[in-house]
Ligand binder design. Structure first.
Ligand code: 7TS
Length: 421
């Protein structure tokens, strides 16, 4: 077995003061065994597990409160509406947005980006205009812009990164100009963990009057976000990565921009009045929430936000950073293993390749040991190509993970080496 460097253990000594053993009790799924082994869940970037409080909230909602919102005079509908709208306030506070109406409930990060591409993009981006993204985007922050560019005759520009997976700010700055009509960048890379200098990205784009969308799918669950301090114009994240249900996500948009945008979808709840001749749209945020929304999802997300707030996102960030450092040190001692993504500013994502085995085989052998990681291109094919790898194995961390689980990962990797030697 590969020895875990004792210095690494000391370096990662707990400073965040999280009672992780107690926290783990809140996540029933973590007590499971998989293939007869205790589950080691290290696929948090794909989706996070749910605390009992979120599960109970969903059961309570469906058991005692289920009704459609914004339309009933009856008690259940009013209760559901109140709770749904209460979560909007919670999200506003989570992001430190200025107003509740700047918070739009969508299906997830993907839908949030598509909403901006369709509603903002089609109105404001035309032939010869440019949209700037980075070399480390998830496909959901590439394809909607490509589709828009094709439709509008605009051009997609890509700010490069270095071999460590850090955005090259000078090159980014050089790409900006009078043709830049929008910048859309990932806050934290899902494939590498790089934390991008979001504030600087925004400042540089604003010099050219270009609004900025930040893809916060991997940031919002792991650090405090302040959209006003960041200065961004749009911010997107997914509830299911923030310990909430799937199918619910958030688009934050600056009120003035959202006001000026046409609706994304037409239907119930997004209108003020309808005749065959003309429809008047509802005010924000309802203009962007056509149809019956994912009411239970919103209310479940509210419970998830309460849960992380009770721990504190700053403490979560500090603990996950300790764990990342420990994991980085442990994995660095394994011969034949190379970490992919070594930015100075990094969140808890450990992507790696091995000389001995293909990522898919690594994932399969680890799975047999009860260890869940993701393998593949992580929906970031152009980034994989830039870094010269077809795929990586990726362990992604959460505050409920432990050093013992990192040790289990190291042991699992030893098993991979054994099998392939
Ligand atoms: N942007 C980033 C940075 C992401 O990591 C993801 C999902 C998305 C957008 C899309 O989010 P969705 O909730 O709308 O699907 N990332 C991953 C991942 O890394 N593994 O599985 C999903």
């Amino acid at each position: 077995m590969t020895a875990v460097n004792p210095k690494a253990r000391r370096a990662g000594a707990a400073v965040s003061g999280l009672d992780v053993a107690k926290i783990r009790q809140d996540f029933p799924i973590l007590g499971q065994t998989v293939h007869g082994k205790p589950l080691v869940y290290l696929d948090n970037a794909a989706t996070s597990q749910k605390p009992q409080a979120v599960i109970d909230t969903l059961v309570r909602y469906y058991t005692t409160e289920n009704a459609n919102i914004h339309r009933g005079v009856h008690a259940l509908s009013q209760m559901a509406t109140e709770e749904y709208e209460g979560v909007r306030t919670k999200v506003r506070q989570l992001l430190n947005a200025a107003e509740d109406r700047e918070i739009i409930f969508v299906r997830g990060t993907t839908e949030a980006i598509n909403l901006v591409a369709q509603a903002y993009g089609r109105q404001n981006i035309g032939p010869e205009d440019e949209i700037v993204i980075s070399a480390m985007e998830h496909h959901s922050n590439i394809v909607p812009w490509q589709m828009l560019c094709q439709e509008r005759g605009a051009r997609l520009r890509v700010a490069p990164c270095n071999d460590a997976g850090e955005l090259l700010l000078d090159d980014y700055q050089r790409l900006l100009g009078p043709r830049t009509k929008l910048v859309s960048m990932v806050h934290v890379s899902n494939a590498l963990g790089t934390i991008n200098p979001a504030k600087q990205i925004v400042e540089l784009a604003h010099r050219w009057g270009a609004p900025v969308l930040l893809d916060g799918a991997q940031a919002a669950p792991h650090m405090s976000i302040d959209v006003q301090a960041l200065g961004c114009d749009f911010y997107a994240f997914s509830g299911h990565k923030l310990y909430g249900p799937t199918g619910i996500g958030i688009l934050y948009g600056r009120a003035a921009l959202l006001e000026a945008m046409p609706p994304y979808q037409g239907g119930g709840d997004m209108i003020r009045s309808v005749t065959y001749e003309k429809t008047l749209y509802n005010t924000l945020p309802y203009k962007f929430e056509a149809g019956t929304p994912h009411i239970a999802g919103v209310i479940g997300l509210g419970a998830a936000i309460d849960y992380v707030n009770a721990i504190g996102l700053d403490r979560i960030a500090a603990y996950e950073e300790e764990l990342r450092q420990y994991g980085t040190k442990c994995l660095s001692t394994i011969s034949g293993l190379r970490l992919v993504g070594t930015a100075k500013e990094k969140a808890g994502i450990l992507s790696f390749v091995m000389e001995q085995a293909h990522p898919h085989d690594i994932g399969t052998i680890l799975d047999a040991e009860g260890i869940a990681i993701r393998t593949g291109h992580h929906c970031a094919q152009p980034l994989m190509e830039r870094l010269g790898v077809a795929a990586t194995a990726r362990a992604s961390l959460s505050f409920y993970n432990t050093r013992e689980e990192i040790d289990a990962l190291v042991k699992g990797i030893d098993r991979v080496i054994e099998v392939f030697s």
